[in-house]
Design a protein around this ligand. Structure first.
Ligand code: FPP
Length: 251
């Protein structure tokens, strides 16, 4: 563990990252698995499998260096438009990932959570998620949010509905609704907003990710495709974040 931490510290140091000023909440749009595979003449599923390997590395590194919340966009509400075989492959990879990695994440104190409407995921994915969430619930380390069947707009609509029903049944007063109250009803309720949203794969879009929460997040668009986004690329993104001057609308 100590050796591993020294190795990661060296990666951060090499990239000039100040370990005392790391972001609290990092959110990542893991884009580029398909292209990574296609460029090699391989099936897209192969790219997703490589993508899971990077997911494991980046999660491990985040937890080891002291990131408090890591939110990963693993399956969007729009991803249902993909061919059935690809969706099935992503769900299989999710199940495999949870089966193989929950124990290790648990040992590292990671708390596994989800963002999104997981009741629409296949039963096998729901069952495995439930086991992983239950097992890691009491941990005190990094929160790993897996955004699954997640869409920012539908999250906002769901929050509006929850608040409206609270008002109708009298548990919420109209005059008490403010930005804080509203965000408490989002899937991320109680968590700090992301300090930084990283998107890999060279595209410059938010793609319905954390629309409300990312209001003041620093956006980092990294060229490498997700399967190529290794610890060194992550350190570079963290350095870029530290170079930004966050003003929150002030001067
Ligand atoms: C985008 O690549 C990636 C996704 C659809 C989600 C990310 C999924 C993983 C990292 C693997 C599965 C996740 C878990 C939690 C096991 P893309 O296919 O859109 O890439 P492209 O833009 O090159 O086509």
């Amino acid at each position: 563990m100590k050796k591993e931490l020294n190795r990661l510290q060296a990666v951060l140091q090499k990239n000039g990252v100040d370990t005392t000023r790391l972001p609290v909440h990092v959110a990542i749009i893991m884009d580029g698995n398909g292209r990574w595979a296609e460029r090699r003449g391989l099936p897209r599923a192969y790219g997703h499998r490589k993508g899971v390997e990077r997911l494991c590395d980046i999660t491990r590194m985040s937890s080891d260096i002291g990131i408090k919340v890591l939110t990963l966009y693993a399956f969007s509400t729009e991803n249902w438009k993909r061919p059935f075989e690809e969706i099935d492959c992503l769900m299989d990879l999710l199940v495999e990932f949870l089966r193989k990695k929950t124990e290790e994440l648990h040992e590292n104190g990671v708390i596994i959570r989800t963002l999104g409407n997981c009741s629409q995921l296949p039963g096998r994915a729901q069952d495995e998620l439930e086991l992983s969430i239950d097992k890691t619930r009491q941990n005190t380390g990094m929160i790993l949010n897996l955004a699954l069947n997640y869409g920012g707009r539908s999250e906002i609509v769901a929050s509006v509905k929850k608040i409206c029903s609270g008002v109708m049944e009298g548990s919420i007063r109209l005059e008490d609704i403010d930005e804080m109250k509203f965000s408490d009803h989002l899937y991320t309720g109680g968590l700090p907003d992301p300090d930084v949203v990283i998107r890999t794969g060279g595209e410059y879009r938010l793609s319905n990710f954390l629309l409300y929460q990312a209001a003041y997040s620093e956006m980092i668009f990294a060229k490498p495709l997700w399967p190529d986004f290794d610890e060194n690329e992550y350190a570079k993104a963290l350095k870029e974040f530290q170079n930004r001057k966050r003003k929150y609308g002030a001067i």
